[in-house]
Structure formats: structure tokens, C-alpha cells
Design a protein around this ligand. Structure first.
Ligand code: GDP
Ligand code: MG
Length: 164
């Protein structure tokens, strides 16, 4: 069977934007207001001669803090049980949040391979100082990505394919 790669993370970090950029078309819905990804969305993705199934796990995302936490716990649990590699998406502008820490701990404990994506790194050519904070999640090297511009997506896909 084709390996499955799941994209997880808090609402509004850019999971659907990343998903669309990686598959090269707009299949997942991106909105300025969180909460609009219809369901789990799947697509084939090819990189470096490998094919895998990429999943945007966003689903219908809640907006209030207490619900977000239980939602993302479920999302992470699902990814842990069904994905071969998990891409945890975070947001450079928000820094590391308590929810990021909790999800990272769940993923780490599961022993599943995780690739840590720090999204919204929109400036080219410089490593933002804020990136280093993400090492604290204990998931290895954070990969700086701009899903809107596409910067860093090649490095991200290299890291994913390395874990397949
Ligand atoms: P999701 O809820 O995690 O699926 O996030 P979305 O993909 O729907 O994106 C939420 C918002 O973040 C939208 O307004 C996107 O345009 C914006 N966004 C996503 N990726 C980037 C990025 O790399 N840079 C910037 N500046 N904005 C982004
Ligand atoms: Mg989404």
C-alpha cells in the first residue's frame, strides 16, 4: 500500500495552504477564518521518485480554545494510528504555543516519524531567530517553510521522503 503522510496542527497555521502547495493544486479550502476545511482531504504526492498519500487532517476546525485542544488531540491520535509519517505544522508568528507542546509530546511518545514544519517563514534567505525556539518541541530540526510562497517546501518533502 502507498505510505500515508498526515498534516496536523492547530487551526490557522496553514495546513491546507501547505497541502495545496505540496500537491500543486487547490484541493483543500483555505480561508482567512479558520474552520472551513470540509473533512479529511487526500491526494497523491510525488517527490524524489516516491509516491505517497498526503492527508490534510484539518476537518471542521473549532474556534474556541477549549474545543481546539480536544479537536487537535483527536486529530493527532488519528494521525498516529493511520499515518506513516506525520508533518506537524506550526506558525512562526505565534511561536511555540501550549497546544503545540502538547501535540508534540503526543507525537513524540507515539514513536511515529514526525517532520516539524514552521510555516509562515515568508522572508527569503534569512533564518529567522524565532525559528530556534521550535527546537524545544523535541522533534528535531524545524524546517522553515512559506506555504504561500513555496519556500522551504522542497526541504520539507526531502525530510518526509527520508522517513518513508
Ligand atoms: P489551516 O486552518 O491550518 O488549514 O490554515 P489555512 O491553510 O486555512 O491558512 C490560514 C491562514 O494562514 C490563511 O489566511 C492563509 O493564507 C495563511 N497562510 C498560510 N500559509 C501561510 C504562509 O506561509 N505565509 C503567510 N503569510 N500566510 C499563510
Ligand atoms: Mg485547513
Amino acid at each position: 500500500a502507498k505510505p500515508v503522510v498526515a498534516v496536523v496542527g492547530r487551526p490557522n497555521v496553514g495546513k491546507s495552504t501547505l497541502f495545496n502547495k505540496l500537491i500543486g493544486r487547490r484541493l483543500s479550502i483555505v480561508e482567512d477564518t479558520p474552520g472551513v476545511t470540509r473533512d479529511r482531504i487526500y491526494s497523491d504526492c510525488n517527490w524524489g521518485g516516491r509516491t505517497f498519500m498526503l492527508v490534510d487532517t484539518g476537518g471542521i476546525e473549532p474556534q474556541s480554545d477549549d474545543i481546539i485542544l480536544s479537536h487537535i488531540r483527536r486529530q493527532a491520535q488519528l494521525a498516529i494510528s493511520s499515518a506513516d509519517v506525520i508533518v506537524l505544522v506550526t506558525d512562526l508568528r505565534d511561536g511555540v504555543t501550549a497546544t503545540d507542546q502538547e501535540v508534540a509530546a503526543m507525537l513524540h511518545k507515539s514513536g511515529r516519524p514526525v517532520v516539524l514544519c514552521v510555516n509562515k517563514c515568508d522572508s527569503v534567505g534569512e533564518v529567522p531567530a524565532e525559528l530556534y525556539e521550535f527546537y524545544n518541541l523535541g522533534l528535531g530540526d524545524p524546517i522553515a517553510v512559506s506555504s504561500v510562497h513555496g519556500h522551504g517546501t522542497g526541504d520539507l518533502l526531502d525530510a518526509v521522503v527520508d522517513q518513508l
